[in-house]
Ligand binder design. Structure first.
Ligand code: GLU
Length: 429
C-alpha cells in the first residue's frame, strides 16, 4: 500500500497535538499499541487441503475501559493495518464517550474463495487463537469487513465452549436469537446518515435533493444509501468491486439494494439484469463508471464506504464534492486531508462518521450485561442521542478553538479524554 495506514493514523495524531491539552510524554505513549498477538491458523478446507492462514488481534489502549473493535477478513490485512484500525477504534470510542478502549482483529484471507464450512472453521480456529486475550470485561470483538452476525455466532460459541457456559457478551453484532440487539446490522449506515443530516444543519444547507455519491455498497454503504434516500437526499452513484452505477437524476436505491442482497453485482445491475424487470420500474438506466470516476463526481457529498486510502495526493485535486463523510475507516491520506482543508471541503472524520456501529455494539453489550433486551426504537433513539452529541461537541470544539478542520477537532477531544484517563490512573508499578 502506497500510504501506510499506521503512519497515516500517527500523522493525524501529530496534526492534533499542537491544539490538544495533552502532556507530551502521555502523547508519545499513545502512539504505540499495548500489544498485538499474531496467530497461525492451519485449517482443513472442505476440499481436503490444509491451508495455513495468518491472523492478528491488536489491543491498542485500555485506559478508558475494555478493548473494543471489529474483526476483518480480507486479503490485504497486515499487522500494521490492524494496529492502525485499533488506534482508530481507541479515538472513536473516546470521541463518542463509550467506556471502552480500542482494538482490532484481522485474518488474511479471501472470503470469496472459501465455503461457508471453511469460514466457520477459520473463524473458530482464529477465536481459539485469540481466546486468551478476549472476554466480556477484557476485549470484545465485533463484525467488520467481510464478517457478520454469523461470524460472531461462531466466535461466541467457540469462546463459550471453552468457558463451559454461554457468554453472549464476549462479542457484539450477534444474531438476535443469541443476544444480538435490534438495529446493530444497520447501525453504522444509520450513524453515517445521521451525521450527514447534522452536517447539513450545521452548514445551513438543505439535504433534500442534495446529491450523494457512495463508494461501496456493502453493509455500511447500502444502509447509508437507503437511509439518506429516505431522508430526501439524492443518491446518484454507488459502487462495488465491479465498478459504479451513476445517474445524475438519482438511483433506485431500493431496487439496487434488493439486487445486491440477492447476491448481485453492480455491473450486472447496470447491464440491466434484474432491474426493472421485477418492479416494472420507470427509473432511467444508470451509466457504468469506475470507482475512480465516482470519487471525482461533482456532488454535494462524497461518502467513501469501502477500504482505506482511497482519497490520496494523486486524486484529491480532482475531487469536486463539497463535503466528505468518511464511512470507511481511514479513507483519506494525510496529504489529501491537508489539501481538502486548504480547499475548504468539510470532512466528517471516520472516528465520528462511522461510530454508529460501535455505539450500538455498546448498547448490545449493556443489554447482555443486564440480561434484558430493548426495542428497536430505544436503540435508535440512544444511537441518535450519542452520535448527535459527539457531532455537536466536535463542531463546538472546531468553532471555539478555531481549529483547521473537523478531524483535528475530533482528535483533540479523543486525545484529551484518553490522556486524562492515563493521568488519573498513573503509571504501574
Ligand atoms: N468494525 C466497526 C468499526 O470499525 C465496529 C466495531 C465494534 O462494534 O466494536 O467501528
Amino acid at each position: 500500500m502506497a500510504d501506510d495506514p499506521f503512519e497515516n493514523m500517527l500523522a493525524q495524531m501529530d496534526r492534533a497535538e499542537e491544539y490538544a491539552d495533552v502532556d507530551h510524554g502521555v502523547f508519545e505513549r499513545l502512539k504505540s499499541p499495548e500489544r498485538t498477538l499474531k496467530v497461525t491458523l492451519p485449517v482443513e478446507l472442505e476440499s481436503g487441503e490444509v491451508e495455513v492462514f495468518e491472523g492478528y488481534r491488536c489491543q491498542f489502549d485500555s485506559s478508558r475501559g475494555p478493548f473494543k473493535g471489529g474483526v476483518r477478513f480480507h486479503p490485504s490485512v497486515t499487522q500494521r493495518e490492524v494496529e492502525a484500525l485499533a488506534g482508530w477504534m481507541t479515538w472513536k470510542t473516546a470521541l463518542v464517550d463509550l467506556p471502552y478502549g480500542g482494538a482490532k482483529g484481522g485474518v488474511i484471507c479471501e472470503p470469496k474463495d472459501l465455503t461457508e464450512r471453511d469460514l466457520e472453521r477459520l473463524t473458530r480456529r482464529y477465536t481459539e487463537g485469540i481466546r486468551r486475550m478476549i472476554g466480556p470485561e477484557i476485549d470484545v470483538p465485533a463484525p467488520d469487513m467481510n464478517t457478520n452476525p454469523q461470524t460472531m455466532a461462531w466466535m461466541m460459541d467457540t469462546y463459550s465452549m471453552y468457558e463451559g457456559y454461554s457468554v453472549p457478551q464476549v462479542v457484539t453484532g450477534k444474531p438476535l436469537e443469541i443476544g444480538g440487539t435490534p438495529g446493530r446490522v444497520e447501525a453504522t449506515g444509520r450513524g453515517v446518515s445521521l451525521v450527514t443530516e447534522r452536517l447539513f444543519e450545521y452548514l445551513d444547507r438543505d439535504l433534500s435533493d442534495a446529491s450523494i455519491a457512495i463508494q461501496g455498497f456493502g453493509n455500511v454503504g447500502s444502509n447509508a444509501a437507503r437511509l439518506l434516500d429516505e431522508a430526501g437526499a439524492n443518491v446518484v452513484a454507488t459502487s462495488d468491486v465491479t465498478g459504479a452505477a451513476y445517474d445524475p437524476d438519482g438511483l433506485d436505491v431500493a431496487a439496487l439494494g434488493a439486487h445486491v442482497d440477492a447476491g448481485g453485482l453492480i455491473e450486472e445491475y447496470v447491464a440491466g439484469e434484474y432491474r426493472g424487470s421485477a418492479s416494472g420500474s420507470t427509473w432511467d438506466d444508470p451509466d457504468q463508471i469506475t470507482n475512480a470516476e465516482l470519487l471525482t463526481l461533482d456532488v454535494d457529498v462524497l461518502i467513501p464506504a469501502a477500504v482505506e486510502g482511497v482519497i490520496t495526493a494523486d486524486n484529491v485535486d480532482d475531487l469536486r464534492a463539497s463535503a466528505v463523510v468518511e464511512a470507511a475507516n481511514g479513507p483519506t491520506t494525510v496529504a489529501a486531508d491537508k489539501a481538502l482543508t486548504e480547499r475548504d471541503i468539510q470532512v466528517v472524520p471516520d472516528i465520528l462518521a462511522n461510530a454508529g456501529g460501535v455505539i450500538v455494539s455498546y448498547l448490545e453489550w449493556v443489554q447482555n450485561a443486564q440480561e434484558f433486551s430493548w426495542p428497536l426504537e430505544t436503540v435508535n433513539a440512544e444511537l441518535e442521542r450519542r452520535i448527535g452529541s459527539a457531532f455537536d461537541k466536535t463542531v463546538e470544539q472546531y468553532d471555539t478553538k478555531e481549529l483547521p478542520d473537523l478531524r483535528t477537532a475530533a482528535y483533540t477531544l479523543a486525545l484529551e479524554r484518553t490522556a486524562k484517563a492515563h493521568e488519573y490512573r498513573g503509571l504501574f508499578p
